[in-house]
Design a protein. Sequence first.
Length: 203
Amino acid sequence: MFRFFESIAILDNTPRNLYFHQLRVNKTFKYFYPGFEPFHLEYIIFNNQVNKYSKAKLKFSYNETSYKINIIQYVAKVFNTFHLITDNSIEYKFKFIDRSLLDNHLKSYPINDQIMIIKNNLITDTQYSNLVFFDGYRWLTPKNPLLPGTMRASLLADWKIHEEIIELEHFANFHSFKLINAMNTLEESYEYPMDKIQVQKKH
């Protein structure tokens, strides 16, 4: 049974941000499988028939000794509404296949809606993506995400986004926000107005 996974964007048969995906796999192995050698993503991906799509999502599922690759065409999704929920106990520091801690929060909302998670009074992530907020000058991302994503790491390294402590009261300073993840760069991501965020739902 596979315990972890990586979602990797494949653009015209070329994987994107593979360096940051490999760092996360290495970190996962170091923490959970210290006696095993991490998989070498570049070797594995380039030695497998990749795909026929111009943009595809490669899901690399793995445990300490085996892996599986699944490739599908990627189509970006735009959400209708974002619901603020508070969960101070939620933990998702590694990319587990079991996402029930996140998925359970979304069950009470329409299929085209998304959640935005507050932990210890700080804005963190949505269910599947890191967040960036535009203040008119810079794109800011929460300093304490649930899971620091590969696209987030890449954009921070390129100084395209900047880390900030973001609380609910800071929303008045922002013009818009985006969702970034392995499949969507800052430029590719849809820009939402702040009024797409609903008031907080208590749990």
